[in-house]
Design a binder for this molecule. Structure first.
Ligand SMILES: O=P(O)(O)OC[C@H]1O[C@@H](O)[C@H](O)[C@@H](O)[C@@H]1O
Length: 309
């Protein structure tokens, strides 16, 4: 009888998973959370907690205007093999025909269903002719999107070096997750958890500064900071009004915050959308991760939403 009840509980807790040729949608019956992942880029386009509430909304920003040859801006693009060629341009594995953020966000991933559905989705990607134009070595990626509580998603990226020859080169990677977190107005947003950290200011030729107090976005000025984490726990919180989004990524050494500002000339933004997101990007920028032949590397980021008391 006990095992029968166990099975019934498992069925009740089973999520609904809808798969089309473009997207996978997971609706967690246990947690009332929905995530929508595009196969193009394995981009988490939607993360909505408490979907039963009329006011429930996507925590992630998505631009309405498409870009030519690249996925529409928004969601959580995966930056692989590198967050930015500007920082790693002298690495022999990267070519200059490199899109900012690498080929993985612009490639079609494979959804790998679980035999028994859980609150987790898995995707895989392998290097091909397109990726080799920008990054020469072969790689295999696995990405899991896991709803771990009503308000939390956990994202894990695993990179494997498939080379069999132990003399083959290691993969040189500096990956990141580029979450476009939706806000009503960036000028009211505050990022805490970065106080006292050293960062490179990309709006000022990468000059190094120290963050004084929490980070704010006044006057619509651009913010483009690469934080060097110096302490643990590595977590930051973006708050606006009554809600906050926390991000922690213990395996990723750096943290970027990007807000383009009022005067950004970004072709796919309407003039009124520049302030609708703050990008929170855990990643590894300064220290190249080396993955030996046959070896793997994994990094995770956890995003959680909460209503502030
Ligand atoms: O426009 P892209 O290539 O998608 O990049 C968006 C932004 O991504 C951020 O990570 C960078 O810090 C910014 O400098 C960049 O503009």
């Amino acid at each position: 009888r006990h095992s029968h009840r166990g099975r019934a509980d498992a069925v009740l807790a089973a999520p609904s998973i809808k798969v089309t040729d473009k997207q996978v949608t997971l609706t967690s019956s246990r947690y009332g959370t929905r995530v929508v992942v595009d196969l193009l880029g394995a981009n988490v386009r939607e993360w909505t907690s408490d979907i039963t509430q009329a006011t429930a909304s996507n925590h992630l920003f998505n631009a309405k205007v498409a870009r030519p040859h690249t996925p529409a801006r928004g969601g959580i693009p995966i930056c692989f093999p590198a967050w930015s060629h500007d920082i790693t341009i002298d690495d022999e594995q990267y070519t200059k025909k490199y899109t900012s953020h690498g080929p993985a966000f612009n490639m079609t991933w494979k959804y790998v269903p679980d035999a028994v559905p859980t609150d987790s989705l898995a995707f895989e990607l392998e290097s091909n002719e397109y990726s080799r134009i920008m990054y020469t070595p072969d790689f295999k990626l696995r990405y899991t999107v896991n709803v771990t509580s009503p308000n939390t998603i956990n994202l894990t990226l695993t990179a494997t070096n498939p080379a069999r020859d132990p003399q083959a080169p290691a993969l040189h990677i500096t990956p990141a997750l580029h979450a476009y977190v939706a806000v009503d107005n960036a000028t009211d947003a505050v990022v805490s958890g970065v106080e006292g950290l050293h960062y490179l200011d990309q709006t000022a030729n990468n000059v190094e500064r120290v963050q004084k107090g929490a980070l704010t976005f006044p006057d619509g000025l651009p913010v483009n900071n690469i934080y060097k984490y110096v302490s643990t726990p590595k977590s930051a919180s973006l708050r606006q009004g009554a809600t906050a989004i926390d991000v922690s990524a213990p395996g990723l050494a750096n943290f970027l915050v990007w807000q383009p500002g009022r005067d950004a000339r970004i072709e796919d933004f309407g003039h009124d959308t520049w302030n609708r997101f703050v990008a929170l990007e855990p990643g590894t920028v300064f220290e190249t991760i080396r993955v030996a032949p046959g070896g793997s590397w994994s990094g995770s980021a956890q995003y959680s939403s909460h209503v502030r008391p």
